[in-house]
Write a protein that binds this ligand. Structure first.
Ligand code: PLP
Length: 379
């Protein structure tokens, strides 16, 4: 099946009890057993729930994996993956990692004896240089947030295979519509379903997909033991959302391109970050591993003043000033004062997160209206 057909049909079956074409919300915590241990595969909803099962199958199908697991948030998915490790183990990741991932790695798991190394993973030699006898995992996120750097997943998979490490890919920004990391050699794909997969800014959820039975069993054991599972209502919302993933992503990509090109030609804009530009350092890798370049665009204003960025953000009307991304509506954000405010200015500048950097999650509205909104706000 091609992607759009899979988004609508794969992994989901009409409800066996009633024929309902849309998966019902099985709002139940427990299931009746005929005789002790004699049940229909469902015992307790932390462990299994039919609405969640269908969503897990659908997400797995889209990622070309065999097993999916859903969680109460993207962070609960990350929490479960890192719990595969033990004290003394080491992880290599990127230095412009999602802030929440950086926080759980350094502020939570570091206290449990797991060590994390952060480097510029666009340079694969830097990744391999950090491998030692304690290394167990490489954690990739691509494109990155908010500078939209690109990491070569296949290249990382080569290093992971050579040293017998698990390769994890956070595929939240790209979604399986744009790239399928398991096909490129990753062992585990994770998602914040809160973003493009849900797509309607109405739910917080996460997912993990693998194609190895043993890995699935270990992750499911941690999921059930630690309990970061989602409710059936949220699963229903994401099931509904992913049926239009291909349509939304197509428009996100078209609009992202139009907005990026508009901003690049604007006299008040210093620099635009978007992997679709030929002079983007990751453009070639992006072209190889992604179907298109997505709807995330970041830019810096001439003069790089916080006040100017604040002005633009206050004057944007269609782009709502808010955290998060990937919904149908366009959002804008200011990393220096919002998502990345806790990073000292010097470190922030070194990482390229300058004072006037604005991040756009370009939605699926009409591009002409979005560009008119930017035109009015930037002046
Ligand atoms: C939002 C996000 C997460 C965390 O997911 P939640 O659903 O907010 O817990 C992880 N990784 C990336 C890239 C994200 O954008």
């Amino acid at each position: 099946m091609k992607f759009g057909t899979k988004a609508i049909h794969a992994g989901v079956e009409p409800d066996p009890a009633t024929g309902a074409i849309m998966t019902p919300i099985y709002q139940t915590s427990t299931y009746v057993q005929r005789s002790p241990g004699d049940h229909k595969g469902y015992e307790y909803s932390r462990t299994h729930n039919p609405t969640r099962t269908q969503l897990q199958n659908a997400v797995a199908a889209l990622e070309n994996g065999t097993h999916g697991l859903c969680f109460a948030s993207g962070m609960a998915a990350i929490d479960t993956i890192i719990k595969l490790l033990a004290p003394g183990d080491e992880v290599i990741s990127t230095n412009d990692l999602y802030g929440g991932s950086y926080r759980i790695f350094t502020k939570i798991f570091q206290n449990y004896g797991i060590k994390f190394h952060f480097t510029n993973m666009a340079d694969l030699s830097k990744v391999e240089a950090l491998v030692n006898e304690n290394t167990k995992m490489i954690w990739v996120e691509t494109p990155t947030n908010p500078l939209l750097n690109i990491i070569d997943i296949k290249g990382c998979a080569g290093i992971a295979k050579k040293h017998n490490l698990l390769l994890v890919a956070d595929n939240t920004f790209a979604t399986p519509y744009l790239q399928t990391p398991l096909d490129l050699g990753a062992d585990i794909v994770m998602h914040s379903l809160t973003k493009y997969m849900g797509g309607h800014s109405d739910v917080v959820m996460g997912a993990v997909v693998v194609n190895d039975d043993g890995l699935r069993d270990r992750l499911a054991f941690i999921q059930n033991s630690c309990g970061g599972t989602p409710g059936p209502q949220d699963c229903f919302l994401v099931l509904r959302g992913i049926k239009t993933l291909h349509l939304r992503m197509e428009r996100h990509c078209q609009n992202g391109r139009k907005v990026a090109e508009y901003l690049k030609s604007h006299p008040e804009v210093e620099k635009v970050y978007w992997p679709g530009f030929e002079d983007h350092p990751g453009h070639q890798v992006a072209k190889e591993q992604m179907r298109d370049f997505g709807g995330m665009v970041s830019f810096v204003l001439k003069g790089d003043k916080v006040e100017d960025a604040t002005n633009v953000l206050e004057n944007l009307k269609l782009f709502a000033l808010a955290e998060s991304l990937g919904g149908v509506e366009s959002l804008c954000g200011h990393p220096a004062t919002m998502t990345h405010a806790s990073i000292p200015k010097e470190d922030r500048m070194k990482a390229g997160l300058s004072d006037s950097l604005i991040r756009l999650s370009v939605g699926v509205e009409d591009a002409e209206d979005l560009i008119a909104d930017l035109e009015k706000a930037i002046g």
